[in-house]
Design a protein around this ligand. Structure first.
Ligand code: PBG
Length: 435
């Protein structure tokens, strides 16, 4: 910040103006400008646009410095003491359009618009910022060699773990996104009621983590901890015959899954299953295997939301029956998020996540105000697809709505945002495209 003030255009203008071709030691350029400007301003007093005068003043100063000095500092000071001030360029407010009522201005103490009147003031007082460092990019991977487009999520693909994925990570890093979360599309033949493929050390996720860490050692890899991609029932946990999702038995599997991901090199494991007590159990399992430095990002307030629809299409992970309402939260509930947050914090979570994002900004703010932990928000598939679809139909400006939605999630209190827009938005923030 300090250096940007030092090298501001204004500071440069002063240093450039002092060394002129003439040997006179006084920095008269500034005064010369004023004198000449005033002369030309009076000569052209009839000119309607005051901007013209400014242009002339610049030209005048340029020619003055080329043709040598006019007045010394002493002469200028004497003129000022005598009350003989050079006239500044005239400054006038343009009138309103014809028919504008002539009124007596309101007697207002506060006019908040004063602080919004120019781009410089607006950016000086901006309270929230958005940076590629805040983004985590979710990536869908599959066993194939080719990338397969996801119909319900324009611009997203099931990426070939060996090629397409590497390419995507490379491009994301190019615009400053260094954090990724992996979601695997598992072949049906590997799915089972107990989701045992989830802790196969040679499975798609651990294998991909090893490859990514080998190619890009400095990236941060988040993983998803839940059984749904591996469950033949499409649920996040083991389903009992009567349809009950078994809590503690599921956690036993999740611990093996998280340890397998940690062994492969995951930096942050992220339980998205909403079983009770999983954070504490995962912490203990990781520590028992020596993974004390692997973080846990807990999906603290994950709602049973219709906004996950496109994601479930992407992974073919729709529940085969029923819904997820016995473990994911009721969208009508707010206070309940505090119960989840307190449990996760007590059990040792490093990051608390709210999901979905934009429709749940009140919950993001609730956790922000009730925990000192970093808060994450997940702008989920449905939020992404709605903006994309409305953009394609030219009902909204896709880019501007994208940036605004991300900013609003930050304003609500999220430190990081998991978003399918991460690369596109970071590109704009890096100036790849104008905002
Ligand atoms: C499942 C999981 C889901 C998402 C992330 N992890 C779907 C679900 O709970 O059914 C949704 C992400 C999205 O919609 O973008 N563990």
């Amino acid at each position: 910040m300090a250096s940007s003030i030092f090298f501001s255009p204004a500071a440069n203008a002063v240093t450039v103006a002092i060394p002129t071709p003439t040997p006179t030691p006084t920095p008269r350029l500034v005064l010369v400008r004023a004198n000449n400007a005033s002369a030309s301003a009076t000569a052209t007093a009839a000119t309607p646009t005051p901007r013209l005068v400014l242009v002339r003043a610049n030209n005048a100063s340029a020619s003055a410095s080329a043709s040598g000095p006019t007045l010394t500092l002493e002469e200028c000071e004497a003129a000022a003491v005598a009350g003989n001030f050079p006239a500044p360029p005239p400054h006038s407010k343009p009138p309103g359009p014809k028919g504008t009522p002539l009124i007596k201005p309101l007697d207002l103490t506060r006019r908040p618009r004063r602080n919004r009147k120019s781009p410089t003031l607006r950016s000086a007082f901006q309270e929230t910022t958005l940076s590629p460092a805040n983004f985590v990019l979710p990536l869908f991977i599959h066993e194939g060699e080719e990338d397969a487009p996801i119909g319900a999520m324009p611009g997203c693909f099931r990426l070939g773990w060996r090629h397409g994925l590497i390419d995507e990570v490379y491009k994301a890093r190019d615009v400053g996104v260094n954090s990724f979360v992996l979601f695997p599309k598992i072949p049906d033949a590997l799915k089972s009621p107990t989701g045992d493929e989830s802790y196969n050390d040679n499975g798609l996720v651990p294998r991909t983590i090893r490859l990514l860490k080998d190619k890009f050692p400095d990236i941060v890899i988040y993983t998803d901890v839940a059984l749904d991609p591996y469950s033949s029932d499409g649920h996040d946990g083991i389903v009992r015959e009567d349809g009950v999702i078994m809590n503690d038995e599921t956690i036993h599997q999740l611990c093996k899954q998280a340890v397998s991901q940690a062994r492969a090199g995951a930096d942050v494991v992220s339980p998205s299953d909403m079983m009770d007590g999983r954070v504490g159990a995962l912490r203990a399992a990781l520590d028992a295997e020596g993974f004390h430095d692997v973080s846990i990002m807990s999906y603290t307030a994950k709602y049973a939301s219709a906004f996950y629809g496109p994601f479930r299409e992407a992974l073919d992970s729709n529940p085969r029956f029923g819904d997820k309402k016995t473990y994911q939260m009721n969208p009508a509930n707010y206070r309940e998020a505090l119960i989840e947050a307190q449990a996760d914090e007590a059990e040792g979570a490093d990051i608390l996540l709210v999901k979905p994002g934009l429709p749940y900004t009140d919950v993001i703010r609730l956790l922000r105000d009730n925990s000192a932990l970093p808060i994450a928000a997940y702008q989920v598939s449905g939020e992404y697809s709605m903006i994309k679809a409305a953009g394609v139909l030219k009902m909204i400006d896709e880019e501007r709505v994208m940036m605004e939605s991300l900013m609003c999630i930050r304003r609500a209190g999220a430190d990081i945002i998991l978003s399918y827009f991460a690369r596109q938005a970071a590109g704009i923030l890096c100036g790849a495209k104008s905002n």
